[in-house]
Write a protein that binds this ligand. Structure first.
Ligand code: GLU
Length: 325
């Protein structure tokens, strides 16, 4: 090869490397991605979102910025995701409340979770828990139900929002146990926990990850959990199934969704990043320590879960004649 040929080869090689680089610069994502959490800080949606989002910079090369848009049992923030441009720069956390419970019970909901959202990957499934303030006159399931029966309407329970899974499952509990506890909805489990720990509300129905630290340090007492079997973190607490309330024994889930029509490239990129992030031992530990199960499943699997969960909640609402009134 003479000098000219050599130079030509160098130029060709340079062109070959600069082209993909230029293409890569435009590829998704080339700026920060906003992640809408449709509940207040301190709830499980916020906890799971932040554990994964903080690893995005080192995985997709851009920040994923968490924004809490609480209200309406998860529907306000979800509507913001639904209305966003489908370019991958506004994503959201899809939860049981926003994709199944609320759509099943709320006749005024302004989106269809099966049509208006693009499921990306379900990150984790979590147990649920009924917990009480330490001043509540019972510390176990039997005593709990007896206390409610002795004093119908005397106690109230806090939930993460109207029409959410915590609200619906507690209403189902009330129907099945023939008890009455007044519902007090919050803008997420974070504020619901605050008021329960402060003793303003005696009972809380929550997803376990947000409640567990308060249970561990004795500021709330766990009564019963929703989980396939007893949890290693709460070995003395029965499951709803054990106490004969299998219909209430349902998990919550938390995954990435986008508006409808999200390009395949975006879905694949975020799904792949999610899989990478949950392989990290530190991330796994933080999620699994709360009794949760990591899923990081495919878009098709997540879509099927949303569809199935919506069906379950529709049936519960229909069979038990639950309404928001
Ligand atoms: N209970 C909600 C759900 O699992 C989440 C509540 C929250 O994150 O504050 O759908």
């Amino acid at each position: 090869m003479d000098r000219r040929q050599h130079l030509g080869a160098l130029l060709a090689a340079a062109a070959g490397t600069t082209l993909p680089l230029a293409a890569r610069a435009q590829a998704y994502p080339n700026k920060a991605v906003r992640l809408i959490v449709p509940f207040a800080p301190g709830g499980t949606t916020d906890i799971i979102a932040r554990i994964v989002a903080e690893r995005m910079q080192s995985t997709i090369g851009q920040n994923m910025v968490v924004e809490n848009r609480a209200g309406g049992g998860g529907t306000v923030g979800t509507l913001e995701v639904v209305r966003a441009a489908p370019d991958g720069y506004v994503l959201g956390m899809g939860t049981v409340s926003s994709t199944a419970a609320n759509p099943a019970i709320n006749p005024r909901i302004q989106y269809d979770p099966l049509v208006d959202l693009t499921p990306i990957s379900n990150i984790a499934a979590t147990p649920n828990v009924i917990a009480v303030h330490p001043s509540f006159p019972a510390k176990d399931f039997k005593g709990f139900v007896e206390a409610l029966r002795r004093n119908p309407g005397r106690y109230s329970y806090a939930s993460s929002g109207t029409g959410g899974n915590n609200h619906l499952l507690m209403e189902l509990f009330k129907v099945l146990t023939k008890t009455f506890v007044l519902h007090i909805p919050y803008r997420g489990s974070g504020p619901a926990i605050n008021d329960t720990v402060a003793g303003q509300v005696q009972v809380l129905f929550d997803n376990l990850p947000s409640s567990l630290p308060f249970i561990r340090d004795g500021r709330m007492v766990p009564i019963v959990v929703a989980a396939p079997e007893r949890l290693a973190v709460l070995p003395n607490v029965p499951t709803f199934k054990e106490v004969g309330l299998e219909p209430v024994n349902r998990l919550a889930f938390y995954g990435f969704v986008g508006p409808k029509g999200l390009p395949r490239e975006v879905v694949d990129r975020i799904h792949a990043a999610t899989r990478t992030i949950v392989q990290d031992a530190g991330v796994r530990r933080r999620i699994e320590d709360t009794g949760s199960v990591i899923l990081a499943n495919t878009p098709a699997e997540f879509a099927a879960q949303i569809r199935a969960e919506l069906e379950v909640f529709r049936r519960v609402v229909r069979d038990q004649k639950l309404t928001l009134e």
